[in-house]
Design a protein around this ligand. Structure first.
Ligand SMILES: C[S@@+](CC[C@H](N)C(=O)[O-])C[C@H]1O[C@@H](n2cnc3c(N)ncnc32)[C@H](O)[C@@H]1O
Length: 267
């Protein structure tokens, strides 16, 4: 697959994996793998898999007798995922039209993708379709910015230094903080035994600068927002002051992040 994907996109995927995954996303995978009750031999689909951190952790649980498939519409993410773990089937598709068979999976898992789905109901219907009867679902969605205050701080700095478009791009991942909204969608698809639990994990970036630069150079460009070096310098200088409270003696930035973890079953 990597041969057909422009190198710039593959590089962006590798950048996501190195800048964001160990710092922010890896810690959540255990909640999903446990929440879905993934076992040795399970057949598992990871929707919005990105570079595959959750799929890889699911594979560690299913073992060689299981099967793990990762689905994502971003070719650069999947190309990077395949470089890391060729033993998983990586399928290029969006959550609204999963390119997999009906009733093929014991478990469907998805972390930090649903906020971006264009049609959440269709995506939940698709997860239901591809799951075996009595199959299990586990989804993680960020809570609102009020529950993720370090990102609230960066958003404030961006709003002041650069403007609303850049701040809004950073608000996007936190726009589905209302658990009832997700529960309603899951119910409408036919899922039962739905639970929603607010959980907290610690994010760990090498420094606050690295954390902010990851957003400025890795996230904003996905929205066609390319800041000048002067603007980046201004944001970093201001955020040094605002985010200093998250810095430890070694310079590492640690702060709490909060998400809802949903579990459900297909009857
Ligand atoms: C924040 S990343 C999370 C990736 C991965 N689950 C992780 O934990 O690292 C969000 C992912 O959602 C994917 N995404 C965006 N729109 C999507 C859609 N409509 N259907 C499926 N995935 C989508 C993006 O390509 C991206 O890989």
């Amino acid at each position: 697959m990597n041969q057909d994907v422009p190198e710039q996109l593959v590089e962006a995927g590798r950048g996501y994996e190195s800048l964001f995954v160990p710092a922010l996303f890896e810690a959540w995978t255990k909640h999903l793998v446990d929440g879905a009750g993934i076992r040795e031999g399970s057949h598992v689909l990871d929707v919005a898999c990105g570079t595959g951190v959750l799929a890889r952790n699911a594979l560690a649980r299913t073992g060689a007798n299981g099967r793990v498939v990762g689905a994502d519409p971003a070719p650069g993410m999947l190309a990077a995922a395949k470089e890391i773990e060729p033993g998983i089937d990586w399928v290029l598709c969006g959550a609204e039209a999963l390119d997999v068979a009906d009733e093929a999976f014991d478990s469907v898992i998805s972390q930090f993708g649903m906020m971006f789905f264009e049609d959440r109901q269709k995506s939940a219907d698709e997860m239901f379709r591809v799951m075996k009867p009595r199959g299990s679902l586990a989804i993680a969605v960020w809570r609102s910015v009020e529950h993720n205050p370090a990102y609230g701080d960066i958003i404030s700095v961006l709003e002041q230094q650069v403007g609303t478009a850049a701040a809004d791009a950073l608000r996007l991942p936190y726009r589905l903080g209302d658990a009832d909204q997700v529960t309603t969608v899951l119910e409408s698809s036919g899922f039962t035994e739905i639970t929603a639990e607010a959980k907290i994990e610690t994010a760990r970036f090498p420094s606050t600068r690295q954390m902010v630069e990851a957003e400025l150079r890795g996230w904003l460009p996905l929205f066609d927002i390319f800041l000048s070096e002067e603007e980046i310098h201004g944001v970093l200088t201001e955020s040094d002051k605002t985010l200093g409270k998250y810095s430890g003696p070694s310079g590492e930035a640690t702060f709490p992040t909060s998400a809802h973890v949903f579990t459900a079953r297909k009857p």
